[in-house]
Structures are given as C-alpha cells and as structure tokens.
Write a protein that binds this ligand. Structure first.
Ligand code: TGC
Ligand code: FAD
Length: 405
C-alpha cells in the first residue's frame, strides 16, 4: 500500500482514546501504576496509529510494516528481555497488557509482536550465544529487523516432532534442506529461527538470514483471516548456514515448545483485547440502535448477550492475571498455559460471534471491527497449538495418560 494512503487514513481520525477498559471486578487494583501507565501508552498508540489504518490494511491484505519502528520504540518487542540487549526488563503482566492493547486493535499486529518477542527474541535470549544475543536482539527490539519462527511443516503441524527439515554437517557450516509453512512474518523477515533435525535426528534451532543462498519466503495469499499479517513459507534448498548461527544451548523439542509457553501466554491476554473491542462496540450499538420504538439494548435477549460477554471477559481477565503472577514467579506450568490459551481464545471467539449478531446486518460491515476480529480469531484458535491439542495437554495432566502416543 502507498504511504500516502496510510497518511491520509492517519490524518482522518481523532487520536485520543476515550476507552477506559472493561474492568468489572476492579482488576486494575491488582496492577501497579507502572503497569497502568504502560497500558495507557500502548492504548493511545493503537488509537492513534493502528486503528485508523487497520480496516483498510485488512481489506487490502496488507501488513503495515511502517509501524514496526514505532512498535519498537513503544517497547512491545520482547519487553521481558534485559535492557542490555534492547529489552526493558519488564515483567509478564506488562507483556500481557501490551498484547491486550495491540490485539484490541488487531490480532494480526499482535501476532507480529508475539512472534518477534516470544518466538524469535526469546529463544535467542534463552538459548543463544553472547555473540548471537548482541548481533540480533537490539535490532529486533527496535523493530529495525523482523523475525519469523519456523516450526510447522506442510505434513507436521500439531505433531512438530515428526518434522523432516534437517541439516547435514559440512565443516564450519551445516547444509539445511526442507520447508516450513504457515509462518507469520515470513515474507518480510530478515531472520528466521528454524527448528530442524541434526544428523543425529535431534531438533536444534538455527538462525537463518535473508540473503543466504537457497533460502526463500513465498507469501501465502488467499486468507480470510489475519489479513493484516504477512504469512508465508520458509523454503530451504541446500542453504549453507554457518555453525555459529546454531543456538548452542538447547537440543530437542523442548526448545521450540518452551518458547511457545511465552507466546501462548501473550495470546491469553491478547484475545481479551479483541473481546473487549467486540463487547464495547456491541454495547454502544445496542444503546443507540432503535427497533420496535426502543433501543435494542432494552430487549432481554440482547442484555443476555452483553451480560454473558462481560462475565466471560472478567473470568478471562482473572485467569490471565493469576497466570501472569505465576509467570513472574517462574511457577506457571505448560498445562496451566494451555488451559488459559484455550479458554480465552474460545471466550473471545464466542463473544465476537454473539456481538456481531447484536449489530444485525451492520455486523458484517468493515465499518465496525467485529467481523475482522471474528475472522482473525479463527487463526488464533488454530495456531500456537489448536484448541484440541490444548485440551489433550490438559487431559494428560489430569489423567497421566498421553493421548498423543
Ligand atoms: P513431548 O514428548 O510431549 O515433548 C517433547 C519434549 O518437550 C518437552 N515439552 C515442553 N517443554 C517446555 N514447554 C512445553 N510446553 C513443553 N511441552 C513439551 C517435553 O518435556 C519433552 O522434553 P524432553 O526433555 O523429555 O525431551 O512431545 P510430543 O511430540 O508428544 O508433542 C506434544 C505436543 C503435541 C503437546 C506438542 O508437540 C505441541 O504442543 N503441539 C502443538 C504444536 C504447536 O503449538 N505449534 C505451534 C507452531 S508456532 C505458531 O503457531 C506460531 S503462531 C504465531 C503468531 O502469529 O502469533
Ligand atoms: P493439523 O495438525 O493437521 O490438525 C488438523 C486438525 O486435526 C486440528 O483440528 C487438530 O486439532 C486435529 N488434530 C491433530 N492431531 C490431533 C490429535 N492427536 N488428536 C485430536 N485431534 C488432532 N506455525 C509456525 O511454526 N510459525 C508461525 O509463525 C505460524 N504462524 C501461523 C499463522 C497462521 C495465520 C496460521 C493459520 C498458522 C500458523 N502457524 C505457524 C501454524 C500453526 O501452528 C498450525 O496451523 C497448527 O499448529 C496446526 O497445525 P496444522 O495446521 O498442520 O493442523
């Protein structure tokens, strides 16, 4: 999209966000002043820079890469990373609140932030060499570079352990072959964290850089969901990757899966943002729209939808807040994260569907954000582990029996 068109959209809207949040149980009292200030700054940025352009970007299937440096400046890329590497050393509640505000704007832009922070910076931070941390993290934190995370393959989605992407040894380098698909940020990424099997058949992480011969990133088009996110493949044909680009400190599937813990946690909060936007839009509409001589908000059936939406948002907030505290204490378990991701995404999707109905015919129009959130959430309920997979992770925790074997 032409920059002039984005600039026209930016100028056309008011910039101050009057949204005060959805907080029926005084959850704000559980947050620090700093948490609230950071939330406010991200909220105002979304109102000023993201909301004016997002509908047009989604309609046109355009990822607004122009926003990346601003997002870097806001600190939304890897806020939990130490300051010496460009992060802000923030806690997990801060990270969650940031994701909530961005996803109130759009799940696709939150996706870009989740991938960059939790799935690209996080593995380098946890498992990378000092040289890798110094080379990549500051550029990713500032938004100068965009990263992608390659785990899913055409024949191995829910079962990443079956991956066939692999590398062979060749002196100071390895030779990488295979492909990854459905990869967020792929078409525009400068680097990709690629999970591949080593000659012994064990999973390792490699930092693959754009420009390496044999590495390509074709875009996946024809999407009805996450249209403002750039999705693509990562294709490796005899790509020579220096051994210094291998993440030295992790071997095995726990490498990528441990990073997913952080990203899935971010989604728990993010989808609350999407749900809040649907709820607030529907509430306002119901109070303004008259049928049978009175506001549709006065009808019991519409009140039921709004009451249930508020109840479910509140439950999801409490779950996310507690999970954030456990994350800060280093005590959150993968199955707790699965429960919260699964519950909250379903909650947001149900609210989007119910709230869309409150808007009647207008509910399917791009003049309102609900249909876009609803379509986006179909991806969110699928990626980072499908709804079914999270149920089975929880089932294993409850019963001690592994449904995947
Ligand atoms: P399994 O044998 O259970 O585990 C293999 C090793 O990994 C360890 N592990 C974990 N470690 C840390 N955190 C977790 N959440 C972990 N889950 C498992 C496990 O302890 C074991 O370690 P070790 O030392 O014994 O080797 O593995 P499995 O092959 O049976 O698979 C289990 C299963 C199905 C739960 C897992 O593979 C899974 O989660 N599948 C879903 C795949 C998935 O989530 N893909 C996401 C791709 S990335 C993405 O979607 C990004 S979208 C981004 C955006 O746009 O926002
Ligand atoms: P499959 O694994 O084929 O599953 C199909 C269906 O079968 C699902 O309903 C699933 O729940 C069910 N199923 C599978 N196994 C079982 C079982 N054992 N028991 C019961 N039911 C089962 N991946 C990345 O690596 N990086 C990314 O950045 C990324 N971004 C994405 C962005 C978008 C927009 C989308 C849509 C996907 C993205 N993904 C990414 C891929 C995503 O993680 C996978 O789509 C997801 O893990 C599911 O894999 P699959 O699509 O191959 O489905």
């Amino acid at each position: 999209m032409k920059l002039s068109k984005l600039e026209e959209l930016w100028q056309s809207q008011s910039t101050h966000d009057t949204f005060r949040g959805v907080d029926f149980f005084g959850i704000d009292d559980l947050l620090s002043t700093e948490h609230k200030q950071i939330r406010e700054s991200v909220r105002n940025w979304v109102k000023k820079r993201l909301s004016p352009i997002i509908e047009t970007c989604a309609q046109e299937g355009y990822f607004p890469k122009e926003l990346l440096p601003e997002m870097g400046e806001l600190g939304v890329f890897g806020p939990h990373i130490a300051t010496e590497y460009g992060g802000s050393g923030a806690d997990y509640l801060t990270y969650g609140l940031m994701m909530q505000e961005i996803e109130r704007g759009d799940s696709g832009i939150r996706s870009a932030a989740s991938v960059q922070g939790s799935l690209v910076m996080h593995p380098i931070y946890l498992y990378g060499s000092e040289e890798q941390k110094k080379t990549y993290l500051p550029r990713l934190a500032s938004g100068e570079w965009l990263g992608a995370f390659g785990l899913t393959e055409p024949d191995h989605g829910s079962n990443p352990g079956g991956m066939t992407t692999h590398f062979t040894d060749d002196g100071d380098s390895v030779i990488l072959n295979g492909s990854k698909t459905w990869i967020s940020n792929a078409p525009l990424c400068q680097i990709a964290i690629v999970w591949a099997k080593n000659p012994q058949g064990k999973v390792q992480g490699l930092i693959v850089e754009r420009g390496m011969e044999g590495f390509s990133t074709p875009e996946i088009g024809n999407k009805w969901s996450l249209r403002a996110s750039a999705t693509g493949e990562l294709v490796f044909q005899d790509v020579r990757v220096p051994k210094k680009n291998i993440l030295p400190d992790v071997i095995g599937l726990k490498g990528p899966l441990s990073c997913l813990n952080s990203a899935r946690y971010g989604i728990c909060w993010g989808v609350i943002g999407a749900a809040m936007d649907c709820y607030e839009t529907a509430k306002k509409y119901a109070l303004e729209r008259n049928q049978f001589g009175k506001p549709i908000a006065s009808f019991q059936l519409q009140q039921k939808k709004l009451s249930e939406s508020l109840t479910e948002i509140t439950k999801a907030q409490l779950l996310s807040w507690r999970l954030g505290v456990l994350m800060n204490e280093g005590k959150a378990t993968p199955s707790q994260i699965s429960m919260a991701k699964r519950n909250n995404v379903e909650m947001a999707l149900n609210i989007a569907r119910e709230c869309r109905q409150i808007l009647g015919g207008n509910g399917i129009s791009g003049n309102y954000p609900i249909m876009r959130h609803m379509a986006n959430l179909e991806s969110v309920i699928t990626y980072e582990g499908t709804h079914d997979i999270h149920l089975l992770i929880l089932g294993m925790e409850i019963t001690g029996l592994n449904a995947f074997e």
